[in-house]
Every structure is written in C-alpha cells, then in structure tokens.
Ligand binder design. Structure first.
Ligand SMILES: NC(=O)c1ccc[n+]([C@@H]2O[C@H](COP(=O)([O-])OP(=O)(O)OC[C@H]3O[C@@H](n4cnc5c(N)ncnc54)[C@H](O)[C@@H]3O)[C@@H](O)[C@H]2O)c1
Ligand SMILES: O=P(O)(O)OC[C@H](O)CO
Length: 317
C-alpha cells in the first residue's frame, strides 16, 4: 500500500497513475474544503477531465497513512521541513520518496538531507524528471529518475513503476535533486527571454549556459555529471524551458512581458535565492541563477539584467 502526502496536482496525478495500475493508494489532503470536494465529486480541479479511480482512497488524517509502507511527499519544497517536523513519528519510519523539486531556503538542504535531518529512518528516495502532472494522470508515457542510496532502491523502482510510468534508478540522490531543483530557475529565465521578445536563439543560448552553471554547482556538491545529463537534469530542463504547461516558464513569460503572473506554485523563485547563496559560499559562478534571484526580488530591472549578462568578460566555452 502506498501513501501520498500532498493532494495538489502532482500528488493526485501520481495517485491516479498508481491506482489505475492496481495499487491501493492513500492520498492525504490537508485542506478540508479540498478534501470534501475530492471525496464528493471524485475529481481534483487541478487535473481537469480526470476521474479519481476507486483504488485511490482520500483522507484528511495523516495517521491513516500508518497502514502504508511507502509514503510519497508531494508538497512544495518550502513546506517539507515543517511537514516532517509535525508528522506522526511512525511516518518517519516509512520508506519516504520526495517528489518536491527545490532547495530549502532556511537550511540550504535538498529533500534527501531534509528527510535525514527530520529523523527519517527508512529509505530516503527522490522521484524526479520530466513530467507534467496532467500527462501522468492521463496515462501518457513518462520516464522519471528514482534516486536512492540504499538497498531498497530496486524494490521501490518496481513498486512505483507502472505500464505508463517508467522509472530509471540512480544512486546519485544529490545529482537527481539538484537537477530537478535548478532547472526550475533556468525555466523562469527562459520564460523571461521569450516573454521579453528576445527570441528562440537567445533561449537556446540561455538553456545551454544555464545547464553549464547547474552542472558547476551540482558537481561542487558531489553530483555525478551523468546524472545531470540524464532525465532528472537535462531531460527536465528541456521540458520545463520549452513548454507552456510549466508554471516556472509561465511565471518567467509574465516577468519578461511585464504582465501579472498567474497564482501558482513556482518552485524556481525560492530555489534561485537558495542556489545563489550556495554558489556564493562555494565561489561558483552562476550568473543566470543569481539574475533570476535579483529579478524576483525587484533588485534589478530586466534591461539592467540583459546589459549585465551581455557585458560579462568574454571567455572560453
Ligand atoms: N505539477 C507538476 O506537473 C509537477 C511535476 C513534477 C514535480 N512537481 C513537484 O511537486 C511538488 C508539488 O507540486 P504540485 O504541482 O503538486 O503543487 P500544487 O500547488 O498543485 O499543490 C501543492 C499541494 O501541497 C499541499 N501542501 C502544502 N503544504 C503542505 C503540508 N504541510 N502538508 C500537506 N500538504 C501540503 C497543498 O495543500 C497543495 O495541495 C513541487 O515541488 C513540484 O515541483 C510538480
Ligand atoms: O510546472 P512546473 O514548472 O513546476 O514544472 C513541472 C515539472 O517539474 C516538470 O517536470
């Protein structure tokens, strides 16, 4: 039996895919009004056109996840530390699989370290890679990375793979979590480039240079280059920088166009600030990421940002 904490777009999509494939899934929704709507109408408004399957059980009581062996954490990254601090102690003994893409702003830790610091004693895994919630819920073919540094990795890979959701395993948790976190920042920048009308050539340059700085920070923190080049890094970078389905890209589009951004979970904003601090501590150059952090904080105008990026000293690629 599988538990999922966080009934937003992604938690619900994973619950739908796993339940359709025959697993019994318990999905925890903390908001009573949302829970009631999902229970009565068997839908989540964030996933239009999707009916919740019978094997998907809803609960507003976290203690109900006690009957599951594995719990997926599908809340925004900045909520994970507080969630685990107040979770029932037996939840910390389960195999935990983080699905959140980001870096905790207070501790500068990724999901694996946040789970360890909270006292999690089971497997601590990360599920990440190119995937929009609605694609997963609709049963479209999707390939993801499941990273875990413990012997339970292969068992978890089988537990969470379905006919349409293909999981590749990796032991490089740091690499998988940094790829998934940092690509969101570059996606905001890619959106800014398109929103401001700088064109597709500029976006391609931005994605490439963005990947270079993602790789610099990740390798300084112990990630393997091949992980960054895989689904959790390059794969997700391509998806998020090129699709109007991405909330990070869409947020950037609005910033670039000077229009109001839609209300949504935009993980790249906090990650830009956290990554800028990590990079500064390590003396790593991350010009795109630090520019996104400054733009998000209204510390610099778009025109100033472009002038600053284009007037950096010329260097070898
Ligand atoms: N939506 C996608 O396509 C997608 C794909 C891959 C990964 N992700 C990642 O999944 C994570 C969640 O994104 P989402 O799209 O589901 O966001 P969302 O905004 O749709 O939903 C977030 C959910 O988390 C819940 N939540 C917040 N704090 C909580 C807490 N303390 N306890 C329990 N629940 C809590 C909210 O009530 C909400 O239902 C993000 O890190 C995102 O990067 C999303
Ligand atoms: O909508 P976004 O920008 O949060 O992206 C969703 C997923 O991370 C894409 O893999």
């Amino acid at each position: 039996m599988i538990g999922i904490a966080g009934a937003g777009a992604f938690g619900t999509a994973l619950a739908v895919a796993l339940a359709h494939d025959g697993r019994e899934v318990w999905l925890y929704a903390r908001d009573p009004a949302q829970l009631q709507e999902m229970q009565h109408r068997r839908i989540n408004p964030k996933l239009p056109g999707i009916t919740l399957p019978q094997k998907l059980h809803l609960t507003g009581n976290l203690a109900d996840l006690a009957i599951t062996e594995t719990v997926l954490l599908a809340m925004p990254m900045q909520a994970m530390r507080a969630f685990l601090a107040s979770a029932p102690p037996d939840l910390l003994q389960k195999d935990l699989v983080a699905c959140s893409k980001g870096i905790d702003l207070t501790t500068l830790q990724g999901p694996g370290s946040v789970m360890a610091a909270a006292g999690a004693t089971g497997a601590r895994a990360m599920l990440t890679g190119p995937s929009f919630a609605s694609d997963i819920a609709r049963g479209l073919p999707t390939a993801l990375t499941l990273a875990c540094a413990c012997p339970r990795l292969e068992a978890l890979q089988h537990l969470l793979s379905t006919a349409t959701l293909r999981l590749y395993r990796s032991e490089d948790v740091i690499g998988a979590e940094l790829g998934g976190a940092l690509k969101n920042v570059i996606a905001i920048a890619a959106g800014i480039v398109i929103g401001a009308g700088f064109g597709d050539s500029a976006r391609a340059a931005l994605i490439t240079r963005g990947y270079a700085e993602m790789s610099r920070l990740a390798s300084s923190l112990g990630a393997k280059p091949e992980t960054l080049a895989g689904l959790s890094g390059l794969g997700d970078l391509i998806l998020t920088c090129t699709s109007g389905q991405s909330r990070n890209f869409t947020h950037g589009l609005a910033l670039g166009a000077g229009t109001p951004a839609p209300e949504a979970t935009v993980e790249g904003l906090a990650t830009a600030r956290a990554a800028t601090r990590l990079a500064r501590e390590r003396g790593i150059d991350m010009p795109v990421t630090s520019m996104v952090a400054r733009l998000a904080e209204n510390d610099i105008t778009l025109g100033e940002a472009v002038r600053e990026l284009m007037s950096r000293p010329l260097k070898q690629e």
